[in-house]
Ligand binder design. Structure first.
Ligand code: SAH
Length: 343
């Protein structure tokens, strides 16, 4: 059995022709899956019964199985899914006043072993396929009120630019009018700074948002927090991001987790201001660290967080402080999977 979501509209059209059917049913089938949330071919009532039968003999629609759910008091829901090969992935749905953001994983496990993140603790398992990424999005969409899943962020487990083709393939379906029809500007790729991936992304005809997990403005601290910095150090990364902005004219958001005793003092904010003043169209998103018991990290005090923000504002930078969500559940990346695997 194959995942029908691996097929583009064109490929599905060709498949239908080879089944002796009409290629124009491809649009109908896309509509049933992506717009109406149908999870079985039997529901596709305007398709000939014989076509429904042949499709269900060869394809499945949803590949993952929900095995865990945590609901936060503030409406955040964290899902744990089992893939066909028993690997586990997480997705989170984050409601705000007029939007719901789906936080999607791109890999099972993670290679990058950032020092503050639960996702890398169990190592890397494998890339998710395009269909598995779309599974997560569809599951979240079907779980929300119709039309209310408005934004997608690749900030779950894994490094999206290390699974480039499958992530971009999924984004094309998320963005397509014939499929999920979520505007490209409402889709965010978050990267730990994979330079070749950023260079490729600059050349795509896709207006997606780019977030870079920075977390330190000097190589010594960033090497310690994010081993990937040894491969793609700050100077090269910043040069690459400068070119990305030149080429696309799009803003980049820099994510900066504030970790007590590590990167949240006055010297760190000055370094950060110096580094980002050189980048036009930079936005900084400060995130108080989510405690991860296994990693012994904690956020700084409220007053240290505020002074860090104030000093960046004074330096003329565009700064936001992320509201912490889902604090009462295993909200930080990889925490739900970790908990489940420990049982
Ligand atoms: N590999 C990608 C996407 C996954 S991480 C990347 O590095 O951007 C998504 C975001 O969650 C990143 O900004 C990451 O730094 C952040 N994150 C991971 N662990 C966290 C923690 N303990 N507290 C707060 N944010 C965390």
């Amino acid at each position: 059995m194959r995942d029908i979501k691996e097929l583009s509209l064109d490929e599905l059209g060709k498949k239908l022709l080879s089944l002796g059917s009409n290629k124009y049913y491809a649009k109908e089938i896309f509509g049933w899956i992506y717009k109406k949330g149908a999870l079985a071919f039997d529901r596709m009532s305007n398709l000939p019964a014989v076509l429904r039968r042949s499709l269900s003999e060869e394809f499945y629609i949803l590949g993952l199985k929900p095995v865990g759910l945590e609901k936060s008091k503030d409406g955040v829901e964290k899902f744990l899914f089992e893939l066909k090969d028993k690997n586990l992935v997480e997705s989170v749905s984050i409601p705000a006043s007029s939007r719901i953001t789906g936080c999607i994983s791109s890999q099972a496990g993670c290679k990058y072993a950032c020092n503050f993140c639960a996702s890398g603790l169990k190592g890397f398992k494998r890339n998710l396929s395009k269909g598995e990424i779309l599974d997560e999005v569809l599951y979240l969409k079907n779980n929300c009120k119709a039309g209310s899943l408005t934004h997608i962020v690749f900030m779950g487990t894994g490094e999206p630019l290390d699974n480039y083709d499958n992530v971009i393939g999924a984004i094309r379906a998320i963005n397509s009018r014939d499929a999920l029809n979520i505007g490209a500007r409402r889709i965010t790729i978050s990267t730990c700074g994979i330079i070749p991936g950023i260079e490729r992304l600059a050349k795509e005809d896709l207006q997606v948002e780019l977030s870079v997990s920075l977390h330190a403005a000097d190589d010594k601290t960033r090497d310690m927090l994010m081993p990937v910095n040894k491969r793609y150090p700050l100077e090269k990364l910043m040069a690459c991001l400068g070119q990305y902005i030149e080429k696309t004219n799009r803003q980049i958001t820099f994510e900066y987790i504030l970790i007590k005793g590590v990167n949240s003092g006055a010297a760190s904010s000055q370094k950060l201001a110096l580094l980002l003043k050189k980048i036009k169209l930079a936005k900084i998103n400060l995130i108080p660290a989510n405690p991860v018991a296994e990693l012994n990290i904690a956020p700084p005090s409220r007053s240290d967080i505020i002074s860090f923000k104030e000093s960046l504002l004074k330096a003329g930078l565009n700064v936001t402080l992320r509201r912490e969500r889902g604090q009462d559940i295993s909200a930080a990346c990889g925490q739900l999977r970790l908990k489940y695997e420990k049982i």
